[in-house]
Design a protein around this ligand. Structure first.
Ligand SMILES: Cc1ncc(COP(=O)(O)O)c(C=O)c1O
Length: 424
């Protein structure tokens, strides 16, 4: 099937929720993807953080093939051998005690919100009204279902769907005074991303996270961290909160957990888990044998990659800082490990840079209008970073002199490639 015929069919048949780039991907290996025309792309987005081990990783393939031939699905009414083993791995790396498996990030977040409410209700069984208010953060993103939207602090995601879940307040990002002001004993949980992803790669400040921990501890409320984008090795540690020395009560994960298969999880302390009983929460597909077997393999590979993520992440960060010194349109470089963002002076520049890189066969994306986002697979090497920096350098040089219509070699190449593919 050609790209043109896929586009025509999708336009007729799909709910129009995505504004896709006009590329038809057919296969991937390592850090590269190939499209239907045989063009090779360097993948520095990895499925928005899903393909953390790159494409077609041999260990993942082997486990997938073996398990697909044995048992793909069994109802959560029965046991299979992989959920407990995976939970053991995840509790070891998180310092939490128990896991619940589901299918996606938003489903994990919904479950975490339910836990917060039911935990507060359990404590209030002596006749007191349960504490049910939830504090979330401005500029956050937690997913597309109703509870997740209700705690997402960005109007563009929420507004078309109001009214949402009641009882949610928003605190200004990293504003400790606002947090102090809004927190009281009616709050059952403070919920936040350790590093805001869709909000433009913004790490939470140590002061803010420590205060959130102190306030919740003081009133037996919960600290819930969304590590769906920042967790599972992305920052060079298993979880981003491990850079802060703060231990949460609940953590949500998903994206890279099962090597590209849908799998999410809520990790929690025993104290919190005690408030749920059989029948109160569940899922048909979550934690199936295929996804769990692959996730166990993912954790095994991850153990050996953490140092590499830190090292190459530092190198990439340094290179981006040097780029900032050369180009006035770069405002700030943010992030940790291989979760990096570059804030630019305008949405138009960010859009143009993403497009130029794509024309030079490098995949990144733009988030929060003005931020270039880099979420490459953990297996990248310095030579891949160098290639991306070189392309960025040319793209920024071009945007700087655009008014005089002087194009850099990279951009001339990009335009040539584009013309060629349009003529095909
Ligand atoms: C921090 C964060 N939370 C939640 C989600 C939602 O995850 P999913 O798309 O798997 O539902 C995302 C997705 O990008 C995310 O980045």
């Amino acid at each position: 099937m050609s790209l043109a015929s896929v586009i025509r069919s999708e336009e007729k048949l799909l709910l129009p929720t995505y504004d896709r780039h006009k590329i038809l991907f057919e296969r991937g290996r390592g850090v590269y993807l190939w499209d239907s025309r045989g063009n090779r792309y360097l993948d520095f987005l990895s499925g928005i953080g899903v393909n953390a081990l790159g494409h077609a990783h041999p260990a993942i393939q082997k486990t997938l093939n073996r398990q697909a031939g044995r048992l793909i699905h069994v109802s959560n009414l029965f046991f299979h051998e992989f959920q407990a083993e995976l939970a053991k791995g995840l509790t070891r790396i998180s310092g939490l005690d128990r896991a619940f498996f589901c299918n996606s990030g938003t489903e994990a977040w919904e479950g975490a919100l339910k836990l917060a409410r039911v935990y507060a209700r359990t404590k209030s069984s002596n006749g007191h009204k349960p504490n049910w208010r939830i504090l979330a953060l401005d500029n956050s993103f937690h997913g597309r279902t109703f509870g997740s939207l209700a705690t997402t602090g960005q109007a563009k995601y929420r507004d078309p769907f109001v009214p949402l879940l009641p009882g949610v307040g928003f605190v200004r990002f990293n504003d400790v005074e606002d947090l102090k002001h809004q927190f009281d004993t009616g709050v059952c949980a403070i919920c936040l991303e350790t590093i805001q992803g869709e909000g433009g790669i913004r790490p939470i400040s140590p002061e803010f996270l420590q205060l959130a921990r102190k306030l919740t501890e003081g009133s037996d409320a919960l600290l819930i961290l969304d590590e769906i984008q920042s967790g599972l090795g992305r920052t060079g540690r298993y979880f981003a909160y491990q850079h802060y020395g703060v231990q949460p009560d609940i953590v949500t994960i998903a994206k890279p957990l099962a090597g590209g298969l849908p799998l999410g999880a809520i990790l929690m302390s025993n104290r919190v888990a005690g408030s749920m009983h059989p029948g109160m929460h569940g899922t048909t597909f979550g934690g199936g044998p295929l996804a769990c077997a692959v996730a166990i393999e993912f954790l095994r590979v991850l153990d050996k990659l953490l140092d590499q993520v830190s090292e190459i992440g530092r190198y990439f960060h340094d290179q981006l800082q040097q780029l900032k010194a050369r180009h006035a349109s770069i405002r700030e470089v943010r992030g940790m490990g291989l979760m990096l963002g570059v804030e630019l002076d305008s949405a138009d520049t960010a859009k143009a840079v993403v497009s130029i890189l794509m024309q030079n066969n490098i995949l990144i994306n733009r988030t929060h209008e003005t931020v270039l986002r880099f979420l490459p697979p953990y297996i990248i090497r310095e030579k891949h970073v160098d290639e991306v920096i070189k392309a960025l350098d040319s793209a920024f040089s071009f945007s700087a002199v655009k008014g005089q219509r002087v194009a850099s070699p990279a951009v001339r190449l990009a335009h040539k490639t584009k013309r060629r593919s349009q003529n095909e």
